[in-house]
Design a protein around this ligand. Structure first.
Ligand code: SF4
Length: 350
């Protein structure tokens, strides 16, 4: 490690002693808990994650219990955290650990990085926090600190930029105390080097930060040129009979994969099934609410309209019983539902 890198690491470690976070519920815990927290923390802030983490650990206290659980129950405990692919990958990875690693969390980088949902940075974080190994990490907060400190050109979607950021992360990570260093870098990113208005006066890196010296903090990290978000529209069908509603399980891939939702007329295979097996039994919608909810995804926004179909009687046979179910309003909480659908159903009960 050269002198600049050593100075960088010392500043970060000294700051961590005084100001860093030392009492997060997953710190100094086993690999299962560290791994779970790292997956939950992808795209989600610490404050939001803590109650979900605690609730999840209460129900699935170890990797075996998670692996043996039904995916529906896992998704239900993930409900509200978003990015549900994370929960499906977590569940799948728990089964891999159970079946291929004798239930013990692997300790080699290649084996950890091969688990579904675990990328290079997450693998480094797990190995460093759970097994005290020296691996660099590069989550969103660390990327921002490094991009500003070294004025790294380009945006994160560019491979040259990522290569340079990984090179820097690798260079500044010390041989000793890698877990403290990694935690400190995440803390500096989330507490000091904020996206807008970084608190440079309180930053341990200000004497060596190139953006600070050049008053160019706002220019780094450089942004991807903006693109207008496309706008989509869908019509959801609320079949209602007394206090029961019809839920449809979404396909495993795609948005809200595997979660329970309402049948949609533009979603295959729901429309096809609906037309073939069900339409003849239903009345025409007696109420359509236009654009009742707008939901923002990363790449597009979605307007959801709702057609309410009051049914006088339940159909005798239910087609495709695995993926359609009648549920009493009071039991909706037992099913993993996407947040906008849950809000939509809740608003009808008001
Ligand atoms: S000095 Fe400012 S811009 Fe540089 S790393 Fe610290 S907080 Fe970020």
């Amino acid at each position: 490690m050269d002198a600049d890198a050593a100075s960088f690491a010392n500043r970060v470690l000294n700051w961590y002693q005084r100001y860093g976070r030392h009492d997060l519920p997953w710190q100094r815990q086993d690999a299962y808990r560290v791994w779970l927290s790292e997956i939950m923390l992808q795209q989600t802030q610490v404050g939001t994650v803590i109650p979900y983490y605690q609730n999840f650990i209460k129900r699935f206290p170890n990797i075996k219990q998670l692996a043996d659980a039904d995916i529906d129950e896992v998704l239900q405990h993930w409900q509200g955290l978003g990015y549900y692919a994370r929960a499906r990958n977590l569940h799948q990875a728990a089964r891999i650990v159970r079946d291929q690693h004798k239930g013990r969390f692997p300790q080699s980088f290649d084996a950890v990085a091969a688990l579904p949902g675990v990328g290079r940075s997450t693998a480094g974080a797990i190995l460093s926090f759970a097994f005290d190994q020296r691996w660099p990490i590069l989550d969103g907060n660390v990327k921002r600190v490094l991009a500003r400190c070294f004025r790294v050109p380009g945006w994160y979607g560019q491979s040259d930029t990522m290569k340079q950021l990984w090179y820097l992360a690798e260079s500044v990570t010390p041989a000793e105390q890698a877990p403290d260093f990694n935690q400190a870098m995440m803390d500096i990113g989330s507490m000091v080097c904020l996206k807008s208005k970084p608190k440079c006066e309180a930053c341990p890196l200000k004497e060596i930060c190139s953006s600070y010296r050049h008053h160019s903090q706002a220019e780094y990290p450089q942004k991807k040129p903006a693109r207008v978000k496309p706008h989509k529209h869908t019509l959801m069908l609320l079949h209602r009979h007394a206090d029961q509603v019809l839920l449809w399980r979404r396909p495993p891939s795609g948005i809200w994969g595997g979660l329970w939702s309402l049948p949609e007329v533009d979603a295959e295979p729901a429309i096809e099934l609906w037309q073939q097996s069900f339409l003849s039994m239903t009345q025409l919608p007696n109420k359509i609410q236009e654009s009742v909810i707008r939901h923002q995804f990363t790449h597009y926004s979605l307007d959801i309209s709702l057609a309410i179909i009051e049914m006088e009687q339940l159909p005798h046979k239910i087609f495709d019983q695995d993926n359609y179910v009648w549920v009493g309003i009071e039991a909706l909480g037992d099913h993993g539902l996407p947040t906008p659908v849950r809000k939509l159903l809740a608003s009808l009960q008001d």
